[in-house]
Design a protein around this ligand. Sequence first.
Ligand code: F6P
Length: 326
Amino acid sequence: MNEIRKIALFTSGGDAPGMNAAIRAIVRTAIYNKLDVSGILRGYEGMINGSFIRMDSRSVSNIIQHGGTILKTARSKDFLTEIGMKKAADHIAKNNIDAVVAIGGDGTFKGAEEFKNYSEIPFIGIPATIDNDLSGTDFTIGYDTAINTVVQAVDKIRDTADSHDRLFFVEVMGRDAGQIAIYSGIASGAESILIPETETLLEKLINTLESGWNRKKSSCIIIVAEGDETGGAFEIARKVKERFTQYEARVCILGHIQRGGSPTAMDRVRATRLGIAAVEAVLSGQKHQMLGIVNDKIVFTPFKNAVKQHLPVDAALIRIPDIVSV
Ligand code: F6P
């Protein structure tokens, strides 16, 4: 094992609240262990372009509470090419980097796995995406903040839905996973939650709305994951409006509001624990592993296994709206 003197870190893919807390923890843990630290700007783009900056304790002061990422982020197409990977490997070598910590999601770790063909540099990954769609961790950084953002928004929508006796279709992020939808839907008391992991049955939805109407519900909230196979909130709203005219219907797409904002305490703590663990993993010779938190313990998963979760969502969660929104 080569001696580790200098590490680099970057954020990549969609930003997630808590990335800054992870950056802070990595930089400070590296300094605590007498390592030099470089930040790479805009993820793999910066690795290709050589955008490396020296980081010290003060460069991560006063960031733990901020959303976004001070290192910026990108979804690099060039990194998927042989030329891109070769350039990135050259810059890693020129900057005397001994190990890299990557903060991101599925695409970030697939990139790191592929990069093994171009560089022997050890990579450690920290899962950060609002989608919570990775295997090998119970929660990704940013998820807790995102679901709390959705709940705050739906609480507001409920005020206007109730005042006007309306049906609202609220679309939340999660292009392949219904994790944001299911947790935020339960927490906001949604009457129905539509997710890609289960087949959306129009009949069942209409029945739910009709029985609510018959029980004198004055308004309803349907949470729709953007990845639901119905094609999103506008499409399902259109189909429902054709069959169910009792309530006036409106659609609200929450969009990127879910990616910003100050991270929750939970996201800051998870990011800090994972950031410290990542540097310690590098120092103990680990490579090509994503760190995660499972049953409140730090665990390692090889990048190739830490891919998006396409596991069924717990059936016990799926039945909740049917029980508690009668
Ligand atoms: O991966 C996180 C995520 O926010 C998804 O939920 C969403 O589908 C996607 O990113 C949006 O990506 P972009 O900001 O690149 O449009």
